[in-house]
Design a protein around this ligand. Structure first.
Ligand code: NAD
Ligand code: GLY
Length: 360
């Protein structure tokens, strides 16, 4: 079994990465001091595939699980759906020691985490992520949120899970588009922290796309380790953690401009990483060869490099509303070479517009 520890003093926790771990969830959770009742939040796609497995494992370990399935998709990251979950928690008698378990992708993780952080001023929270994106990114690090009609992730809290249980076998039922969305975040880790991992991805691209179990487990473990190290050093994103947002500034603008359905999060990040690399090159931070290495890898996974037909000015107005704008300036995460990034606000509007023209 692969285990990664997230070292956050009294909020430390373990990420278990092993094929079939959903069937061991009850046993794993018995190592924490939890009440017997648990509330599993899932969605209507994931529930029919995996809720029974999780429920059976929990029952075998003496827990009494309740399951609530919400509608799949970003629309469920809302205060309205959160209220449904609060109601279910109250009705099923979830008390301060009882856990809320997220079984699903990043939408379910962010929603269930938001509820766990706020219900009774905070109850134990467990992540059982089932998309690649959630297994390599959103289930780790404690960012929880719901959306507001004026913007994404605007209402939320840092609230760490007590345990993350990753079963890479669940990825076998994920569709190709969602698999690739997770791969965009995986490429990000190579760029921000580890050129050897980037090279591993270049060599193993086809096996990763084919969902080779060994490659999946290696890749998930590596990404969780990189994220755990960053979060342990800067939990609240005061500085270092910002590097996890490489490609996200323009990525979010593309997601938003497309109404959050034309491009999913990972596709937005893929295009955003390309744009960030172009900006890096235009301010003299990195060589063309590094940009080409990145675009070749993004393309090798069949991820988009551009959003044709989008208007640079509209993307610019999205950027102005980005959460990462501090004192009127965006903190850009730019690449000096594969494996290393720099945080800077020394970027002109012309640099940005020029990159946006190349990716639209
Ligand atoms: P998602 O949760 O919407 O899942 C994508 C789709 O896959 C859904 O239709 C879901 O029902 C389905 N699905 C999930 N697991 C499946 C499986 N094993 N088999 C078949 N279908 C399955 O999307 P996502 O990409 O996982 O997450 C995106 C969300 O994550 C966004 O809201 C984003 O803001 C958030 N996010 C949060 C963080 C964080 O740090 N908290 C980081 C990155 C992204
Ligand atoms: N996904 C970015 C972060 O967790 O900080």
């Amino acid at each position: 079994m692969a285990e990664v520890n997230v070292d956050l003093q009294e909020h430390s926790y373990t990420i278990h990465i092993v094929a079939g771990s959903i069937d061991q969830a009850g046993e794993l959770l018995r190592t924490l001091s939890l009440g017997n009742k648990v509330l599993i939040i899932t969605d209507d796609n994931v529930g029919p595939l995996y809720a029974d497995k999780l429920v059976n494992s929990l029952k075998a370990a003496g827990f009494t699980p309740h399951v609530l399935a919400v509608r799949p998709g970003e629309g469920s990251k809302s205060l309205v759906t959160a209220n449904l979950v609060f109601t279910e928690a109250i009705k099923s008698g979830i008390d301060r020691n009882c856990a809320i378990i997220a079984l699903g992708g990043g939408v379910i993780g962010d929603l269930a985490g938001f509820v766990a952080a706020n219900y009774l001023r905070g109850v134990p929270f467990i992540q059982v992520p089932t998309t690649l994106l959630a297994q390599v990114d959103s289930s780790v690090g404690g960012k929880t949120a719901v959306n507001h009609e004026l913007g994404k992730n605007l209402i939320g809290a840092f609230y760490q899970p007590r345990m993350v249980i990753i079963d890479p076998q669940t990825l076998q039922t994920l569709n190709d588009r969602e698999l690739k969305a997770g791969i965009a975040e995986i490429i990000k880790y190579g760029v921000i922290a580890d050129h050897e991992f980037f090279a591993y991805l270049e060599v193993n691209a086809m096996d990763l796309l084919a969902r080779n179990p060994e490659v999946l487990t290696t890749v998930i473990g590596k990404c969780c380790q990189i994220k755990a190290d960053i979060v342990a050093r800067d939990e609240r994103e005061s500085s270092l953690r910002m590097i996890l947002n490489f490609g996200h500034t323009i990525g979010h603008a593309i997601e938003g401009e497309g109404g959050y359905f034309e491009y999913n999060h990972g596709e937005g990040v893929a295009i955003g990483m390309h744009a960030a690399a172009l900006i890096s090159q235009s301010i003299g931070l990195c060589e063309q060869t590094q940009v080409t290495a990145l675009t070749n890898l993004i393309a090798a996974f069949g991820l988009p490099l551009a959003a044709p037909g989008y208007h640079p000015n509209k993307l610019l107005s999205f950027l102005a509303r980005d959460k990462k704008v501090l004192n009127g300036k965006i903190n850009w995460i730019l690449m000096d070479k594969i494996g290393h990034v720099t945080i800077t606000n020394e970027v002109t509007e012309e640099n940005i517009t020029c990159a946006l023209r190349q990716i639209t």
